[in-house]
Ligand binder design. Sequence first.
Ligand SMILES: NC(=O)c1ccc[n+]([C@@H]2O[C@H](COP(=O)([O-])OP(=O)(O)OC[C@H]3O[C@@H](n4cnc5c(N)ncnc54)[C@H](O)[C@@H]3O)[C@@H](O)[C@H]2O)c1
Length: 110
Amino acid sequence: MVNAAIVGLGWWGRTILKLLHGNAKLRIVKAIDVNPDSAAIAREHGVAFAGELDAALGDPAVQAVILCTPHTLHSQQIVRAVAVARRRRARGGGVQRQSCRAGGRARATI
Ligand SMILES: NC(=O)c1ccc[n+]([C@@H]2O[C@H](COP(=O)([O-])OP(=O)(O)OC[C@H]3O[C@@H](n4cnc5c(N)ncnc54)[C@H](O)[C@@H]3O)[C@@H](O)[C@H]2O)c1
């Protein structure tokens, strides 16, 4: 079982949160959104809520992040997550990342 944080609880993040409920391989343990109103959605699903990506990246229980934020943010959020993953890997842990849709930024991110 991989414990993941979902980042962005807009239309797609909420959809993913519902779809992953009860999944045997991936469990959402934290939800992040800059909009504090999204805390209610996280509460409905019994998931801890925070307003900043760092709250997920700094949580040793979070092994992966699922980015459901606007795609213009993905590149910098992936870079932040990978930096944490590298530090964790050096200590024997890991963070997984989702793809980046924006072509030019995706290349720079990789
Ligand atoms: N809507 C779809 O059908 C669909 C399908 C597949 C993928 N996607 C992708 O999912 C992503 C989100 O799309 P959406 O339609 O849900 O958009 P949305 O605007 O409904 O949701 C984006 C959410 O991200 C939050 N957010 C913004 N900046 C943030 C930050 N720095 N940290 C944390 N949260 C932040 C916003 O408050 C909002 O709740 C996009 O990349 C989109 O391409 C959307």
